[in-house]
Design a protein around this ligand. Structure first.
Ligand code: NAG
Ligand code: NAG
Length: 555
């Protein structure tokens, strides 16, 4: 039949489950070409039971995974592609969502406590933490309690082991909160029935059989974001578990990012190994093929996540960056570490211009407006809506637009907004260059905003290095699929640099000279200085903010 010759050309296929904040997706790749063959996406409901809280239903997440799998298999069949070519499944997810379930009933004990998308005064993503934009405020008092317990009330007390400051962002704090506040969770822990995990652990446990023999595991990249994991010994740390009062038996077994964890127990893909698991940012690093010390990628979404591979050594930052496990691609393979920095406001600034000021109708319009002038005309926009993050960590800062003249119009403002994204990325890159001692030579990029070509060109101009955008945008899912396909016992995807298929990409070279770039960057830094020390104390700021944002900041 005609279809069979098509099948031979395809080679083995590898799938990825990409479980994000607002949707679940299932994607199938050709392992020989990295080509995306088919996918399906299902939206996930988030509930906001109180201001500052966000919850998702773990069973809805699981159901959405099965639905995406079934639908994708149907689409493949319609394309005349035999689904028995699918040899492995990888998982990638938002990294810090926390789930606790009962291993006897298989029932979640509480909705997944997730990252908060604070939607304030219609649109503005309000970021109400000293540290990060995604967070669930209910754990704030738990954090304060924990920090008070450390010598010198130092939030970096555990950093030498975890690479992280104590923050509501990380799941140990959320688990502690659940044990303190949810009777079902406390009782299940006491009676040794509780299992804890991030979304990956929950999905892998369910998909490999759940209460009848499901595998309870996580990978090192996920584990490294719990604050219970020692990034040097690469295992759960008894002292850290004791510090948070978390019994080690509830924790999943820590595995590498690429090995067979278990087999699919039911559904269209029953019997297929689940053999890859990576937190989303790590998966993007792998999908961008940043396997060498010094390579880095930036993902442009609501905020930006910049990760830089630091090879086999964990580099502790003196500039407010996080040290994290990048990946460990096989049981016997060495761990690779990364420095991570995030830009709090990126796509969010476009939404702000659109929804709060109403001066643009869409992000495409923003690009057009900005391109029509090609300059901000000396206008600088520091979107420090809820303080400055890495490398400043200045909660008292607030957003400013400065350098206005009589000639400034909305086109210049649009340009300044795009430039702000680029300048913030430059600051993270500079911090990484200083911490690692080696300047970055090019930046890989992905994420929604990278379709803005003007932004990409500006980014190259402001970093003074080339910016490289792969033409296949699904780098996170690709990374998870690569890890799954490379696992021992699957071995359909070679990660040797010489075997990796050439990915087509677009390269943006700097088009302005270094002097001009440095001049603009220096002006930006001056603008940043002017944004500082606006709110005198954060608490006061939270209480006295005028207008609508007030109700958004009540924990
Ligand atoms: C803003 O001013 C520039 C000239 O400085 C002009 O070219 C541009 O069209 C103006 N934009 C708008 C939206 O008026
Ligand atoms: C671990 O990885 C999974 C997906 O691969 C992700 O969903 C989960 O959030 C990660 N956990 C942590 C703590 O990063």
């Amino acid at each position: 039949m005609a279809a069979s010759s098509h099948r031979i050309m395809l080679g083995p296929l590898v799938a990825a489950i990409d479980q994000g904040t607002s949707s679940t997706r299932f994607l199938v790749f050709n392992s020989k070409t990295s080509e995306l063959l088919s996918h399906h996406q299902v939206e996930i409901k988030q509930s906001f039971p109180k201001e500052g809280w966000v919850e998702e239903d773990p069973k809805e997440i699981l159901q959405s995974v099965y639905e995406c799998m079934e639908r994708t298999c149907e689409k493949l069949t319609q394309l005349n592609i035999d689904i028995s070519n699918i040899k492995a499944i990888g998982v990638t997810n938002q990294r810090e969502t926390t789930i606790v379930w009962d291993k006897e009933t298989g029932e979640p004990l509480y909705n997944a406590i997730g990252k908060v998308l604070q939607v304030c005064s219609a649109v503005l993503l309000s970021i109400i933490t000293q540290l990060f934009m995604w967070l669930d405020l209910r754990t704030q008092s738990t954090v304060e309690h924990l920090i008070n317990k450390t010598p010198g009330r130092n939030k970096n007390h555990l950093k030498h082991k975890t690479g992280l400051p104590i923050s509501t962002y990380f799941s140990a704090v959320k688990l502690r909160w659940l044990m303190d506040n949810v009777d079902e969770v406390r009782e299940a822990v006491v009676s040794h029935r509780a299992m804890f995990g991030t979304v990956d652990s929950w999905l892998i446990w369910c998909l490999t059989g759940g209460k009848s023999g499901g595998v309870h595991c996580t990978d090192v990249t996920n584990a490294s974001r719990t604050m219970l994991f020692n990034i040097h010994t690469m295992d759960w740390d008894p002292e850290l578990c004791k510090y948070f009062g978390i019994p080690m038996e509830v924790l999943p077994r820590v595995r590498s990012s690429s090995e067979i964890y278990g087999l699919m127990k039911s559904g269209a893909l029953s019997g297929i190994p689940i053999s890859g698991c990576l937190g989303d940012q790590s998966a993007a690093l792998v999908g961008q093929m940043c396997f060498q010390d010094g390579q880095a990628k930036n993902t442009y979404g609501t905020g930006c996540f910049l990760l830089r591979n630091t090879g086999s050594k964990p580099v502790m930052s003196d500039h407010g960056l996080l040290t994290t496990v990048a990946y460990k691609l096989g049981r016997d393979k060495p761990a690779c570490y990364a420095l991570e920095g995030s830009v709090a406001i990126a796509g969010a600034v476009v939404r702000w211009l659109q929804d709060n000021l109403g001066i643009i109708g869409s992000s495409e319009e923003l690009e057009k407006l900005a391109a029509s002038v090609g300059t901000s005309y000396g206008c600088y926009f520091v979107p420090a809506f809820s303080g400055l993050y890495a490398p400043y960590w200045e909660p008292s800062a607030r957003g400013i637009i400065c350098g206005l003249t009589q000639f400034t119009n909305k086109s210049h403002l649009a340009f300044a907004a795009l430039e702000a994204v680029c300048f913030q990325t430059r600051e993270i890159m500079d911090a990484m260059n200083q911490d690692s001692g080696i300047p970055l030579t090019q930046l890989q990029v992905d994420g929604g905003m990278t379709s803005n070509r003007l932004l990409m060109q500006l980014q190259a101009d402001i970093l003074c290095i080339p910016v490289v955008k792969p033409s296949m945008p699904e780098t996170t899912a690709l990374g998870a699929a690569m890890a799954a396909g490379a696992a021992e016992g699957v071995s359909v995807w070679s990660l040797n640099p010489e075997d990796l298929s050439e990915v087509t990409s677009e390269k943006f070279e700097p088009q302005i000279n270094t002097e001009e770039s440095e001049f603009r960057y220096a002006r930006w830094k001056k603008a940043v200085q002017k944004s500082m020390n606006w709110e005198t104390t954060e608490n006061q700021a939270l209480k006295s903010k005028p207008g609508k944002p007030e109700k958004c900041v009540t924990p």
